[in-house]
Structures are given as C-alpha cells and as structure tokens.
Design a protein around this ligand. Structure first.
Ligand code: G4P
Length: 294
C-alpha cells in the first residue's frame, strides 16, 4: 500500500518545529498504544535533542494491556524518556501529567520559570483531546492534514496549568514515518491515515490475517464461527456471508465486509487489540536490514 508524503512539506514542518523548540523545555509525544512504533515519529527525538520527553501511549483502552506493558518498558530504556499509557476515559491520570513534568525538570517550575511544554504527534492519536482534558475546556480542534503542519509558532497561545506549566494550545503535527509496508497498513487499520487515502479491502486482508494469527479466539467468538478461518480472505468471506454483504447473484461483497471489519476493529468490539510488539518490530527491522544488504 503506497502512501506518499512530500519532502517539501516535511522540510517545512521540521523548520517550523525547530524554530519553536527554543521555547520548549519538555515534549509530550502522543502515540497510539495499538501501534506505538508505527505512530511514533523519529523526528521528535531529532528535534527535542536533550529535552526530556513524556511518551504517551494513548487510546490504551483499545490496546492489548500486556503488549502495552512491553512497549512501556521498551520506551523507558530511552534516554530522557518517561512512558505512560493513557486513555481519554481516565481524566484523573491525565491530569497527573503536570506532576510528571515537574519530576522530569526538578530545577524549573514556579511562576517565574514556567515549564514550557509542547504536545506533538501524528494526526488522530489524541493530541487535541489531551490538550482539552489538561486545559479543562474545549479548545478549537486543529486540522489534521498529515501533509501540512498547522503549527504556526506566532499564533500559539499558552495555557497555564497548575500555576507552573505553560502548555502550547496548538500541538505540533507530524507525519507518520512510514518505514515499511507493515507500518502503513497498521496506520490505516487504526485510522491514522485518512479513509480516502486507503484501499479498505487491501488493509482488511492484512488486518484479518493478523487477527487470525494473534487473536484467533476472539475472531471465533465475535463472528460465532465453528473454527478460525486459515486466511484473511476466508475470514472476510465468512463475515460477508454472516452479515448479508451480498451482491447480485449471491456474490460476497468483500469491500463491504472489509469496511465492517475495519470499523469493528477501530470501535473496540473485538476487544483491546495491539497490532505490533517490540519483538515483531525488531524482527521486521532485521529482515529489512538483511534485504537492504543483499
Ligand atoms: P489529534 O488531535 O491527534 O488529531 O486527535 P484527536 O484528539 O482529535 O482524537 C482523534 C480521535 O481519537 C477522536 O475521535 C477522539 O475522541 C479519539 N480519542 C482520543 N483519545 C482517545 C482514547 O484515549 N481512547 C479512545 N478510544 N479514543 C480516543 P473521533 O471519532 O475522531 O472524534 P469524536 O468522536 O471524539 O468527536
């Protein structure tokens, strides 16, 4: 599945974020807990340099808790990083974030030396929701065109939290860094890539193959199957049959079945699901390295 961002836009985003960074003491990077690797952007590490970073694995209500634990341990090994799983439902944990900021910057804080915080991340991971929860009110939603950064430093306002944290009211929007085809599928499944830019059938086959492999029991339960299908396409055919997705002549409408499956994954009815583990990513990275050396 080919997804293309434009180098010109990326360079512009990098330049604007770099300029803004001189007024930032701490970065909060928001990622999707279901796909922490694919929804992370390495540009954050490059741009924040020595500044501490809180990595939020958001939407943890939709992610597999055991796998989220593995990712938290993985990120905590990084220099200057604190990782936390979060979900919009949990407002009290979200509002503890200022305390974590203070711990990471013990020398700053207080009305004279505000801790200046910027929230960053790719579209649709929950940046605006997080800002609104922290602010305790609804601020305007920033557009989420992955190809264009809407972060304009001069237009930024700061929200003062608990007297000593100055949070930019506009998040820094970055593109997903699509390192390989699997990442682009995972981003599409979770909704980080706009529906108009994806082929549902293509991503549903990928998703169904993965579900059979990683969450076969849940597939059997949800679709009331006697046994788990062997391939993704068989699962989509079965789902199509059971949900009445039929075209003229009784042919199964795989496109409709694909839309249903993706919708069900995103809404959480199949239970909390994660689409990558640190181990999977390590293997995929190794395979890529070996292939590029051939
Ligand atoms: P962004 O600024 O990073 O682009 O993301 P935004 O906050 O707009 O959130 C994108 C979608 O993700 C929103 O749903 C939001 O409600 C949902 N969301 C954010 N955090 C969480 C979370 O922790 N758990 C779950 N389950 N969902 C979360 P939407 O359908 O696009 O909008 P709406 O229905 O909330 O209006």
């Amino acid at each position: 599945m080919a997804v293309q961002w434009y180098p010109g836009h990326m360079n512009k985003a990098r330049r604007i974020i770099k300029e803004t960074m001189s007024d930032v003491d701490l970065v909060i990077e928001v990622m999707d807990a279901r796909i922490p690797f694919s929804s992370e952007n390495p540009m954050v590490a490059e741009l924040r340099q020595h500044r501490p970073c809180i990595k939020i694995l958001n939407k943890s209500d939709l992610a597999d808790p055991e796998i989220t634990k593995m990712w938290l341990q993985h990120f905590e090994k990084e220099q200057g990083v604190k990782a936390q799983a979060l979900s919009v439902q949990d407002k009290s944990r979200t509002r503890n974030l200022p305390e974590l900021c203070r711990k990471l910057l013990p020398g700053r804080g207080g009305a004279v030396k505000y801790i200046r915080v910027m929230i960053m991340g790719i579209p649709n991971v929950g940046k605006s929701t997080l800002i609104n929860t922290l602010a305790g009110k609804t601020l305007a939603k920033v557009g989420d065109e992955p190809a264009v950064t809407k972060m304009v430093s001069s237009a930024q306002q700061r929200i003062i939290l608990q007297d000593d944290i100055a949070l930019s009211d506009t998040p820094g929007i970055l593109w997903p860094k699509i390192v390989n085809e699997n990442s682009s599928y995972r981003l599409a499944i979770t909704g980080a890539i706009k529906n108009t830019a994806i082929d549902f059938e293509d991503i549903a086959v990928f998703a169904a193959d993965y579900l059979i492999d990683a969450y076969g029991d849940r597939v059997v339960d949800r679709y009331k199957l006697k046994q788990c299908p062997e391939t993704g396409i068989e699962l989509l055919e079965e789902l199509g049959r059971r949900r009445g997705c039929l075209r003229a002549g009784g042919i199964i409408d795989i496109q409709r079945a694909s839309e249903i499956l993706i919708h069900e994954i995103r809404s959480g009815v199949l239970g909390p699901l994660s689409f990558e583990t640190p181990e999977m990513i390590a293997k995929e990275t190794l395979v890529e390295e070996l292939e590029s050396n051939d």
